[in-house]
Ligand binder design. Structure first.
Ligand code: SF4
Length: 434
């Protein structure tokens, strides 16, 4: 884990070889940090010999510590952060479309959505730009983002500008956590444990680096690769005492863990958006219509009028319903995009797409299984973690609120939040992808 300048070993001169050896001896020790995605905890058990559907969070964290990681953080934390940013962005788009104008900049987006997406102050005067298009697409899944950039680039404006939870976590670790912990970002190596091979590509995107060129996520391991590393290093993860995540950023919610299932991002967003738009408590936290393994699911969530009602003309109108589509599998994603292109899709506000079957529980980096019910068992395991969670709504996560309050982020969709937690996309239809 040496910086690029120290990795290029001179090949010929003995003097240079001596110089290189001294560089190695003087190399500063790196701080090894790992983050673990929601879906890995319900699949790593299969690599360790447990039955499909076993929840092995504590054993996974213990195994990572035994491998030598100094800090183990939970990507669920940044899933909650994603909901705060994505929910605010969706609400701003809904309001802008209802008002027929675009929020001119990030600050205006925040103002239009109000603090943490709530019923906020009046939006600024109308700008000439058209409103950002609906439906808004989720952007957590790099397989999906790649599909849009490479084959459906006319839909790029529909993608949420939010980074994925993996990239938000890497950014927060390097840019916010490391300096507070007395570390230089370049001395911190961030490894992600993901269910996903596409996350390796995502981490290497040039957009996912600091201005100095450092990557926010340095390496990505899949669940299967971790299983192999544990076996190769003879780490008896199952017999180690279960370990917990490091703090801060250890408090996470049930809404975050369901990101691992198809429909989970949409359900987590609804849990937050409903309460922020209406000011009322959700009558039910579980949305069965968004759950399951079907390729495309549709749901319309009614949003009662905000209480108290806003003064006439005080703010952009609040949406009265949320029309959602949840898609899993790349063929179904193409089907929906083709229907949208042809104008044959029903009216939609929000579309969640995960390109693996069942979502990240069925990711390309997850253990292979001969059990035909493996996806249903992993899915149920994820929902059991949500049911057991003390906090089940992202906006109720006190550590997420503390992160905004005690850092430059200040509030969802603030200019600083846009600079650190959002990204951009480009037409890559003509690029050669390796
Ligand atoms: Fe990766 Fe598949 Fe999850 Fe997309 S659905 S983030 S490709 S594991």
């Amino acid at each position: 884990f040496l910086p690029e300048s120290r990795r290029r070993a001179p090949l010929v001169s003995p003097v240079a070889r001596l110089w290189w050896r001294r560089q190695l001896l003087w190399a500063e020790p790196r701080v090894m940090v790992v983050q673990t995605a929601p879906a890995t905890r319900v699949a790593i058990g299969e690599e360790l010999g447990l039955a499909p559907g076993a929840v092995a969070t504590g054993q996974m964290v213990a195994g990572l510590r035994a491998l030598g990681f100094d800090y183990v953080f939970d990507t669920n934390f940044s899933a909650d952060l994603t909901i705060m940013e994505e929910g605010t962005e969706l609400l701003a788009r809904l309001r802008a479309n209802a008002a027929g104008r675009s929020p001119p900049d990030a600050a205006a987006t925040a103002a239009a959505a109000g603090p943490a997406g709530g019923a906020g102050p009046a939006a600024p005067a109308a700008a000439a730009a058209p409103p950002p298009p609906l439906p808004m697409f989720t952007s957590c899944c790099p397989g999906w983002v790649n599909l849009v950039e490479q084959e459906y680039s006319d839909f790029i404006p529909h993608l949420s500008s939010c980074k994925s939870p993996q990239q938000m976590m890497g950014t927060v670790i390097k840019i916010i956590w490391a300096p507070k912990a007395g570390l230089k970002p370049e001395d911190v190596v961030v490894v992600s444990l993901m269910p996903c091979t596409a996350k390796k590509f995502e981490a290497a995107r040039p957009e996912m680096t600091s201005p100095g060129g450092g990557r926010h996520v340095d390496f990505v391991l899949t669940t299967r690769e971790l299983g192999r590393m544990l076996r190769l290093n003879r780490v008896p993860a199952l017999s180690l005492p279960p370990s917990g995540y490091d703090s801060p950023m250890a408090t996470t919610t049930g809404a975050a863990v369901i990101f691992g299932n198809s429909g989970g991002v949409a359900e987590a967003a609804v849990r937050t958006l409903y309460e922020l738009v209406t000011g009322q408590e959700l009558p039910r936290l579980e949305f069965q219509e968004l759950r399951g393994l079907q390729g495309i699911k549709h749901a319309t969530i009614q949003l009662p009028a905000p209480a108290p009602a806003p003064e006439p003309g005080a703010a952009a109108p609040a949406p009265s319903e949320l029309r959602i589509a949840v898609v899993n599998g790349i063929a179904n994603a193409r089907r929906l995009l083709d229907a949208l292109r042809a104008g044959a899709a029903p009216p939609l506000d929000f579309v969640e797409v995960m390109t693996c079957p069942g979502g990240c529980i069925g990711g390309g980096g997850q253990p292979k299984s001969r059990d035909p019910g493996v996806l249903a068992k992993r899915m149920q395991a994820i929902y059991s973690i949500d049911e057991a969670a003390t906090i089940r709504r992202s906006h109720a996560n006190p550590e997420v609120a503390a992160l905004y309050a005690r850092s430059s982020l200040e509030s969802p969709s603030s200019p600083a939040a846009h600079a650190l937690l959002h990204t951009s996309y480009r037409d890559r239809s003509k690029e050669h992808i390796t």
